[in-house]
Design a protein around this ligand. Structure first.
Ligand code: BGC
Length: 925
């Protein structure tokens, strides 16, 4: 992965190197921390921020003698925020990220990114803490509204365009929160557990594609742990994947107060953000005196210090924050239009029984009920909440436990749907009821021709929703209104899916999300047909939580500060993929969204190759102009399903760049007829480098090489041997043989062909030797092939990579032959090495008595990841020193370790402890 393209990148690299070489150590250390400005939470000004610097989320001093400007950082993805930093400073408040995701319109993302960049720049902010891209895995996640979708590709495309827009204005953008920061429940103590391969194919895939497309200057880590290691100190994810496998050239900053210890400096983190919050969390600043001490003691090599500084400088030079001219003109009216257009395109019409659009010339009596619609529209709460021009229309304090409870408010942006409806329906007689009492609302609904109920829900950083219901008794209001008036329309303003027990009793449902500062207007335009709805759901709306991978959210309701473990057992099967695999019918599916017109699709042509290109004609066959989001779904027929037991899924076969799902995201123009759209998705992988690395002993490179072929090979073996069990053995032997003989692989045939030859020979050998019962292979269509079962009888050296090459029996559905199959003899002695660490023993169900009902468990390590051995003693040698950032710096762990047990940080002193709850008595502000 390159940084800014070509010459610019190498010049940024060269300049960063040159500047860093001239720095003193004091100057170097000064770049490694950011300090928060004074605001509602941090009330004392930090002396490290000079007079005259505008207060914001983060300040990093510059090095004037070398022409390096200070870094001034501001939140976030939905506008330039101001939670009490700067008196009276307001900015354009965009709709929620999930609304942008619903537009499926990358151009819109780019436009709003440019808007953000310009507004940041005029205030002097050269780092925008934007690019929130965490996948919506859980419909209760309090921050889903900030993010874009549940689909890695859609999220990546949209985030990349937004970041590109920001950086085109000369402002560095982050991408955040790396990674698996998918729930807010006790987020500082949250250990997010996921199968590494599934992680790689879901959340990490989104980051990878977005980083590749936009080259954001910085990556912000999450607060949570991933598989036992804090995100900001996670050597596997930072050194192994981000810096190692992806070659990311920018810098890694922690989330505010999210640095777990000075040792994180050794595992990829370059900057400790929000020192004051860190002090509250950990009672110390890690990257100031503590890190300097470690450096003085020789625990941090000089080269590593340089490695931390250079990417910061590189991003500054690559994006040009050192070469700013005069601030750009900011046209706030135009920015308002961007907010309005995003809201229009993001609103999703979920249901319409001929109730909408409302006739503009109507003389009808209309009841507008609830949702503070007479005042404005709600916005999400937390670090992304933007104060709009003119200020909030209303701030209703909501509160809650923990430090985040202090700022948990219902903010209303001054764009009243009621007022806007009155403008667009001048002949109608419109009345307002606050929706306070179901009976009172019903009385008004009964005397009107149409009732429109506005239903809102507050989502906030720091909190997950306890369930999917509408709060404040709004369901009762809707039920009462619907009973009183058959023409009831519901407008939802939520940051997440909600359940709709009343959906059959209302005639239309509109999801408007948090629609931003022009939201009232956009809603009224959609209701009256001035704008034809074209938003499509970027997240699945479940019928109820029972359909989700985690009906009960671990840790929900525990006091602030309680350690929580959430196992994301759905693995890569996020959102609609989970529903597809479970054969569940959601309330509203990903991609759903109605229009006031109709579209026909014809002439589909698909060109295969390294890139798949689909071309088809979209015809607006209705009477109104409208926009469409044509979607092509590539079903992954070979994908193993997550099991009912919730075990994680191993996927051996998907190409690295493959993402199932929507890949044509362009919108038809607003012209009424014949629009031609193309969609393409790159699926190319350059293997030259991988082969070289694999030959040099890099297991991870080998894994990447073979993983795309392994399922296909297994199918091949199955066809020859006629037994799934035998096919597994043949596959393993093939891979072992390929690994051992990789040196013999020449470029005359493709790797696939070479692997096929080996596999064929293995099968034939097995047949010849009578090791397996020969059978005539059936020409079995792939769709009916049973899911590949894993195995525990691999050669021991393969065991560190079981999730990739082998899979676990418990995670797979047994094949059709399973019921008849005799118990599988265990090749292990009674206490075999576990899959994570060959030095330890783990209990193993030796041989299952009934495979059909009780699949045997593979060896699972009961040892916490951080206590496990760093590398199995019988594994081949680790990658050569050339994969290390510098010879003297600590070696990047082989990315292979992502797929094995996480390595403990190469700490020379005691590991960092646990953070302290915010309300712990040790902290006195
Ligand atoms: C949030 C980040 C934000 C940072 C700075 C944190 O609480 O998680 O998304 O950028 O604060 O305000």
């Amino acid at each position: 992965m390159a940084g800014a393209g070509g010459d610019a990148a190498s010049s940024a690299d060269a300049r960063a190197r040159a500047a860093e070489e001239q720095m003193t150590d004091d100057e170097r250390f000064s770049l490694l921390v950011s300090v928060m400005g004074v605001n509602d939470v941090v009330t004392v000004r930090d002396e490290r921020i000079p007079e005259g610097v505008p207060m914001s989320a983060g300040y990093v001093p510059g090095v004037p003698r070398l022409g390096i400007p200070p870094l001034l950082m501001s939140d976030a993805s939905l506008g330039v925020t101001n939670p009490g930093y700067r008196e009276g400073d307001t900015a354009t408040a965009l709709p929620a990220g999930i609304a942008l995701g619903a537009s499926f319109n990358p151009e819109l993302a780019r436009g709003s990114g440019r808007m953000l960049g310009r507004e940041a720049r005029t205030r002097g902010f050269n780092v925008q803490l934007a690019g929130g891209i965490n996948l919506a895995r859980d419909p209760r996640n309090g921050r889903n509204f900030e993010y874009l979708s549940e689909d890695p590709l859609l999220s990546a495309v949209m985030a990349a365009e937004s970041i590109n827009g920001i950086q085109a204005e000369g402002v560095i953008s982050t991408i955040k929160h790396y990674s698996l920061n998918c729930n807010e429940t006790n987020r500082h103590w949250l250990d997010a557990i996921i199968d590494p391969a599934a992680h790689r194919e879901s959340d990490l895939l989104a980051f990878e594609i977005a980083i590749e497309r936009a080259q954001p200057g910085a990556v912000m880590t999450g607060y949570n742990k991933i598989n036992g290691e804090y995100a900001a100190g996670n050597s596997v994810l930072l050194l192994g994947v981000l810096k190692g496998a992806w070659g990311y050239p920018g810098w890694v900053m922690s989330d505010w107060g999210g640095t777990p210890g000075w040792e994180a400096a050794l595992t990829g983190l370059a900057q400790e953000s929000g020192l004051q919050l860190g002090l509250m969390m950990w009672q110390t600043e890690w990257f100031t005196a503590r890190l300097r001490q470690a450096y003085a003691d020789g625990d941090v090599p000089k080269e590593r210090l340089s490695d931390m500084v250079r990417p910061i400088l590189r991003s500054m030079f690559a994006i040009g924050v050192d070469a700013w001219g005069p601030p750009p003109e900011v046209d706030m009216a135009k920015h308002h239009e961007i907010a309005l257009e995003t809201a229009r395109q993001g609103i999703v019409l979920l249901k319409n029984d001929d109730a909408l659009p409302l006739a503009t010339g109507t003389m009808a009596r209309i009841a507008v009920i609830g949702g503070h619609a007479q005042i404005g529209v709600p916005t999400g709460c937390g670090s992304s909440a933007v104060v709009p021009p003119g200020g909030f229309a209303e701030v209703i304090e909501v509160g809650g436990p923990g430090i985040m409870g202090v700022g948990r408010n219902l903010y209303l942006l001054p764009s009243s749907p009621l007022a806007e409806l009155c403008k667009l329906l001048p002949g109608a007689e419109i009345e307002f009821d606050p929706g306070m009492n179901p009976a009172e609302s019903a009385l008004m609904a009964a005397r009107c021709d149409v009732a429109i109920v506005f239903a809102i829900k507050l989502d906030s950083e720091g909190f997950d929703d306890p369930d999917l219901s509408l709060p404040w008794g709004q369901n009762a209001v809707i039920e009462a209104v619907a009973a009183a008036n058959p023409n009831t329309i519901v407008v939802l303003e939520t940051g997440n899916p909600v359940v709709m027990p009343w959906s059959d009793r209302v005639r239309a449902i509109v999801e408007a999300w948090y629609p931003g500062q022009a939201g009232g207007q956009a809603i009224a335009e959609i209701l009256t047909g001035a704008v034809n709805p074209s938003g499509r759901l970027p997240v699945t709306f479940p019928a109820d939580l029972g359909q989700s991978p985690r009906p009960d959210l671990p840790g929900l309701g525990t006091p602030w500060g309680t350690p929580v473990t959430i196992e994301y057992t759905e693995g890569a099967e996020v959102g609609y993929r989970w529903f597809a695999h479970q054969h569940q019918q959601p309330l509203y599916a990903f991609g759903h969204g109605l229009s006031y017109t109709t579209f026909d699709y014809s002439n589909l042509e698909v060109e295969a190759g390294d890139t798949i290109t689909a071309t088809f004609t979209v015809t607006n066959s209705g009477q109104r102009a409208g926009a469409d989001v044509p979607q092509l779904v590539s079903p992954n027929r070979r994908s193993p399903a997550p099991t009912a037991t919730g075990k994680t899924v191993r996927r051996r076969h998907r190409p690295i760049r493959h993402a199932d799902g929507v890949f044509t995201v362009e919108r038809a123009e607003r012209a009424p007829r014949n629009e031609h759209k193309r969609g393409c998705m790159p699926m190319q992988m350059d293997t030259t480098d991988l082969i070289a690395r694999a030959r040099a002993g890099d297991h991870n490179a080998f894994r990447h090489l073979v993983q795309g072929h392994s399922h296909e090979l297994q199918v091949h073996c199955y066809r020859i041997l006629g037994s799934l069990q035998d096919a597994e053995d043949a596959l393993q032997e093939t891979l072992v043989s390929a690994w051992r003989n990789l040196g013999e692989f020449g470029q005359r045939s493709s790797l696939r062909t070479w692997l096929y030859k080996i596999a064929t020979n293995r099968c034939l050998d097995m047949l010849r030797a009578g090791r397996r019962r020969p059978r005539i292979a059936l020409p079995l269509p792939e769709a009916t092939l049973p899911e590949p079962a894993g195995t525990g009888n691999a050669p021991p050296w393969l065991e560190p990579y079981p999730d990739v090459l082998l899979g676990h029996l418990a995670d797979q559905r047994p094949g059709p032959e399973a019921a008849a199959r005799p118990p599988r003899p265990s090749p292990w002695p009674s206490s075999p090495p576990c899959s994570c660490c060959p030095h330890a023993s783990a209990p193993r169900s030796s041989s299952a008595t009934s495979w059909a009902t009780t699949p045997p468990k593979p060896p699972r390590c009961s040892i916490p990841p951080r206590n496990r051995c760093k590398a199995p003693s019988n594994a081949p040698a680790p990658p050569s020193a050339t994969t290390s950032p510098t010879p003297a710096a600590p070696a990047a762990p082989a990315a292979a370790s992502l797929y094995a047990s996480p390595a403990p940080p190469p700490s020379t002193s005691s590991p960092p402890g646990s953070p302290t709850p915010w309300n712990a008595p040790t902290w006195t502000p």
